[in-house]
Design a protein around this ligand. Structure first.
Ligand SMILES: [Zn+2]
Length: 438
């Protein structure tokens, strides 16, 4: 059996007010091209960058939320490459001195078992401009150039695509709850790249190649691309050929990956320290930043299991949405005095469709109470039963019609008896009155 070896790089755009190294606004979705620019983010000669502190704190927050260590000293470097999406001729990024290193996240694999995914680094960089290709032209929009971007890089610890999907979804949810990004993939806030290789049976260590899957804009497409790539690589190796290091994209129509370009090595970028920006030393802010981290979905999931004895699968689903988890806990509090268990509440919330989900804890508890007591409050059903009671009790009906209205309670009692006490008495009375007046 070949063993898939997968690592993930996630880029996320931060929702700071200003760009990473200048004062231009970041809110560029749907804006007129090239209106949110200045000499710095256009890379004009003589313009100098300055560091956005808000972004650095957000980057540190992400790192700490992912159990990373915050560096004593961190540095920006220039990543040199020549391409029109970055007019400076280099991207300001981090290479040898990233802000955060050595973290981890526990992520469920395809057998639902939680496994440790090691986070190699979380570093700060800037986004590039956007190239558009209408017809045979190429147009450039620099509104996005210089928007703060954080990159989260894992070790090659994933062993199946389900786990990759779970990780990416969890990460997006963490970004949203930390309020550092909207993490909407369709808007390009969050971008995934996967490194995929397969290890032949019996071999030790990592393979000597890896294929990078790039420019894939949805969780589902990424999962399809990885699955395809694993099978493709196994076929190539089985036929005795070698796989070269390169980058591939995903063709959603043909459902296959295709070669984009041969891979650059890190030394092609000639990294060197950015001379125009100071070192980052924010270790002294660590405890303050940690205090600003709210309970995140992964922490919540563990706590719900511990506090309420929920099965881990239920806890995972409840925790994936903050609103749902709050509804659950509010309902537990309210249900306690009525003898309704957390498990009953979680079962109800997880078994109804999102559309039919109770709006608040009160609705949740009354739905459970009703289904437990088996109260019959369906109008049609009650009308049929009331009709039967009327035809079967002519004498009582006559005395009601002659003015003895208290007899109605005896008729309600007959309906109750027919339903072993489960008819809703108030509704039954209203229905009987209506039928007796007609
Ligand atoms: Zn600017």
């Amino acid at each position: 059996m070949y063993k898939p070896i997968i690592g993930l790089e996630v880029h996320v755009e931060l929702k700071t007010k200003q760009k990473m190294f200048c004062g231009c606004p970041t809110d560029n979705f749907g804006k007129e091209p090239n209106t949110l620019t200045c000499p710095t983010c256009l890379g004009l000669p003589g313009a100098l960058p300055f560091t956005n502190q808000e972004a650095i704190k957000m980057c540190a927050k992400i790192g700490l939320a992912l159990n990373c260590q915050l560096a004593e000293k961190s540095l920006f470097e220039r990543k040199n490459y020549f391409y029109p999406d970055l007019p400076k001729g280099y991207q300001i990024s981090q290479y040898r001195w990233p802000l955060c290193t050595n973290g981890f996240l526990m992520v469920a694999d395809k057998t639902d078992e939680k496994r440790k995914i090691r986070i190699n680094r979380v570093h700060q960089e800037e986004d590039t401009g956007k190239l558009l290709h209408p017809g045979d032209q190429t147009l450039i929009d620099y509104n996005r150039s210089g928007v703060p971007l954080v990159e989260v890089v894992t070790e090659p610890d994933f062993t199946d695509t389900e786990q990759v999907k779970n990780y990416a979804k969890l990460l997006a949810q963490i970004f949203r709850e930390l309020e550092v990004s909207n993490a909407e993939m369709e808007k390009g806030d969050m971008r995934l790249e996967a490194n995929v290789s397969v290890s032949p049976p019996g071999s030790e260590g990592l393979p000597n190649y890896r294929v990078e899957l790039k420019n894939i804009n949805s969780f589902t497409f990424m999962a399809s691309a990885i699955t395809y790539e694993i099978e493709r690589q196994i076929k190539v190796l089985e036929s005795g050929e070698k796989i070269t290091q390169h980058t591939r994209g995903w063709d959603e129509v043909k459902k296959e990956t295709f070669v984009q370009r041969e891979k650059e090595e890190a030394n092609d970028y000639r990294y060197f320290p950015e001379p125009d920006l100071p070192e980052l030393r924010i270790k002294n802010l660590e405890s303050r930043i940690k205090q600003e981290i709210p309970e995140l979905p992964n922490m919540r999931e563990e706590r719900l299991v511990q506090d309420y004895g929920l099965p881990s699968s239920s806890s995972a689903t409840l925790s994936a949405s903050k609103e749902l988890a709050i509804l659950f806990e509010d309902s537990v509090l309210l249900g306690k005095s009525k003898g309704i268990t957390p498990l009953e509440i979680s079962n109800l919330l997880l078994n109804v469709s999102v559309k039919n989900r109770p709006k608040d804890s009160l609705a949740t508890i009354s739905t459970i109470e009703q289904s437990k007591s088996g109260i019959i409050d369906d109008n049609n059903q009650l009308e049929v039963l009331a009709g039967e009671v009327i035809t079967e009790n002519r004498r009582l009906v006559e005395s009601y019609k002659s003015g003895k209205v208290t007899v109605i309670m005896a008729l309600v009692g007959m309906v109750m008896r027919k339903t072993a006490g489960k008819a809703d008495p108030l509704k039954t009375k209203t229905i009987l009155e209506k039928l007796l007046q007609s």
